[in-house]
Design a protein around this ligand. Sequence first.
Ligand SMILES: Nc1ncnc2c1ncn2[C@@H]1O[C@H](COP(=O)(O)OP(=O)(O)OP(=O)(O)O)[C@@H](O)[C@H]1O
Ligand SMILES: [Mg+2]
Length: 345
Amino acid sequence: MEISSLHIENFRSFQKSEFNFSPSYNIITGKNSTGKTTILESIYLASSGKSFITSHLLNCVSFNKQYFFISLIFQDSLRGKNINILIGNGKKEIQLNHKKTKGFFEIIGMLPVIFLNYKVVDIIKGSPEKRRNFLNHWLIFTDPTYYSELSNYYTLLYQRNALLKNMDISRELLSILSNKIIPVGRVIQQKRKEAVSSLNDIVQKNFYKISGKNVKIEFIYNSSPTEKLLKNGMENAEIQRKRTLFGPHLDELEILMDGIRVREFSSLGEAYSIAFAMRFAEKESIKGKRGEEPILLMDDFFSDLDETRRENVLRMTEDGQIFLTTLNLNIIPKDVLDKAKIISL
Ligand SMILES: Nc1ncnc2c1ncn2[C@@H]1O[C@H](COP(=O)(O)OP(=O)(O)OP(=O)(O)O)[C@@H](O)[C@H]1O
Ligand SMILES: [Mg+2]
């Protein structure tokens, strides 16, 4: 999988810019606020329909402009494809190969992209939602029906929670929604469990490559069973608390290193190394399932890893297309620089 070109218009600080990329390393360099992260953001948006900076895509429209436009050409194992995104006041048009689509859901899953920045450590140190997001992202790119199942689950959850907030609640409607949401929740939990069961060995191996340390890393998927929604008395508890009390939106992925919970006890460097090991495991799994490398976006991640770990992480990125941003080209190993296309802003 590789992106050959990107055209952006009125996207944050870019008025109109065109970039052509190398199928291997692309190193985007420039002083602070020259737009390095913005380029990665536009690629990520074409992959996921989201920004990793804002939850309001309209914030990406350049100040004093009415819309932004992104056009991206990429190549999968079969052929070239084009995604066009136009978003502005009252406008949202997503095109695939110059044909209008009904929305982002038609393109999500097509262009596998893994984004890494300093926040990667949130997978380890952050709330359970960050670990669920990790699993969701992974499954969206390896399981063709997961995204629609997840969207369906969240639509039902939204409806159910809205109902539970009602003063005059219809028990019949609540029970209808329970019966609808339970099987969808079960499918999601089953898929996440299967994905997690394949993590242990590969993350351990990747952690060794990054840190040189041989430790035992275990993943335990604790699911909050949706079936419990039908348990006696549960509806009353939910009406009192005004929300859905069981389901995959509350699941937790527990991570242990030599038997110790990493969320509480790992050092920041260890947490970074495990987090990178997990994202690289995701990368390998996407490659295994789809037969093509996902694209790696790495935003100035270097500061929290020592030099050895930083080089080890870079060594693990040798296959596929990679976008790196950095303030300082001197910290990139020479052999990587020699292979790379340098984009200076
Ligand atoms: N909607 C917008 N319209 C215009 N400019 C914007 C908008 N949103 C952000 N900017 C500006 O875009 C500039 C580029 O930001 P970006 O984060 O891409 O820079 P960067 O090169 O990654 O910087 P750093 O080295 O500090 O990480 C910033 O000066 C920011 O204020
Ligand atoms: Mg930046």
